[in-house]
Ligand binder design. Structure first.
Ligand code: PRT
Ligand code: ZN
Length: 285
């Protein structure tokens, strides 16, 4: 039987979350400490541990079938691979930053500047689309120190909390790209490998849905049941069970994280009591 090969980051910001989502999908393997690859014990998957920058090329070449990387790397490397799922972690933005004291009101203020970055492709496209003429100075690391040492007038780098910019006397002027970790795939995979990918995606989706939803249990007076059921959509419809105490029922349902507090307030207003909310581990609709 064929095995699917997935490339994940060997060490760095995406390493742990990449391992975590595979484990949440029930796939067990040894992690990549001092290892180049690891075979899953209970799923037809082989995990390759690589530098994130190399993953798009490996997936394009078919050395790995799928991979987990930041969209920033995917777009910068511009390889012949496609996104099959977004993964909800590794969120950051690629931004142009200028020294704190420098005036910035629009992209036009970048004209004539020298901008240091490790993302020449994404920055180049942004400048072209916005008719800005600036010089791109490509450097591979410690981009944030470039203005301070006189290497550039501005930088274009990844930002999450903003504290690196702050500590280097820089100010975020313009977000040019928003990124999160994605699952990518190469082209022309065998039907057998595609089938394994489908199984993996099914599991990842079940985990994602579970995280976005909560299981809710409450006690409702029977004379308010109709109103309470209207507030709780459930997967099909809520479960209603009689309580030992006359005139009361126990209602069980699933609610979405986004509507959560509105729903709780409405339920209380309708006389619901003893409301319990519990996390869901996996959710298959
Ligand atoms: O060794 P390898 O090449 O595999 O790793 P790497 O050093 O190239 O990448 P790594 O581990 O730093 O980041 C991997 C991926 O994590 C990136 O490609 C992004 O998709 C994602 N990510 C999310 C980030 C950040 N947040 C982030 N804040 N990558 C880098 N940073 C850096 C940024 O470059 C800057 O130096 O963190 C600093 C800014 O952070 P704040 O919080 O101070 O704003
Ligand atoms: Zn890297």
């Amino acid at each position: 039987m064929q095995k699917l090969r997935i490339a994940i980051q060997k060490s760095g910001r995406l390493h742990e979350d990449s391992i975590r989502i595979l484990r949440e999908a029930g796939i067990e393997f040894n992690n990549g400490i001092n290892k180049l690859k690891s075979e899953a014990f209970n799923f037809p998957l082989e995990v390759l541990f690589l530098r994130d920058d190399d993953i798009p090329q490996y997936v394009e070449d078919g050395v790995a079938d799928i991979g987990i990387i930041g969209q920033n790397v995917l777009v910068e490397k511009n390889k012949n691979v496609h996104i099959i799922n977004t993964l909800g972690f590794g969120k950051c933005r690629l931004s142009i930053a200028v020294p704190k004291a420098k005036e910035y009101s629009s992209g036009a203020d970048l004209n004539g500047l020298k901008i240091a970055t490790s993302y020449p492709h994404i920055l180049g496209n942004y400048l072209k689309e916005n008719n800005i003429t600036a010089e791109i100075h490509e450097i591979s690391g410690s981009v944030e120190i470039a203005p301070g040492i006189g290497l550039a007038d501005a930088i274009c780098d990844l930002v999450s909390s903003g504290s690196t910019l702050f500590m280097n006397g820089l100010r975020e002027a313009q977000v040019i790209f928003k990124s999160e970790a994605v699952l990518i795939s190469g082209n022309n995979l065998s039907a057998e490998k595609q089938e394994i990918i489908n199984r993996l995606i099914f599991r990842l989706d079940a985990v994602k849905k579970a995280k976005n939803n909560k299981y809710i249990l409450l006690n409702a007076p029977n004379n308010k049941l109709d109103e309470i059921i209207k507030i709780l959509p459930g997967m099909k419809s809520p479960t209603v069970l009689p309580l030992a105490e006359e005139g009361w029922s126990s209602v069980h349902s699933v609610v979405n994280e986004n509507d959560f507090w509105d729903i709780i307030e409405n339920l209380k207003a309708q006389g619901a009591q003893g409301i319990l909310v519990v996390p869901i581990e996996k959710m298959i609709i």
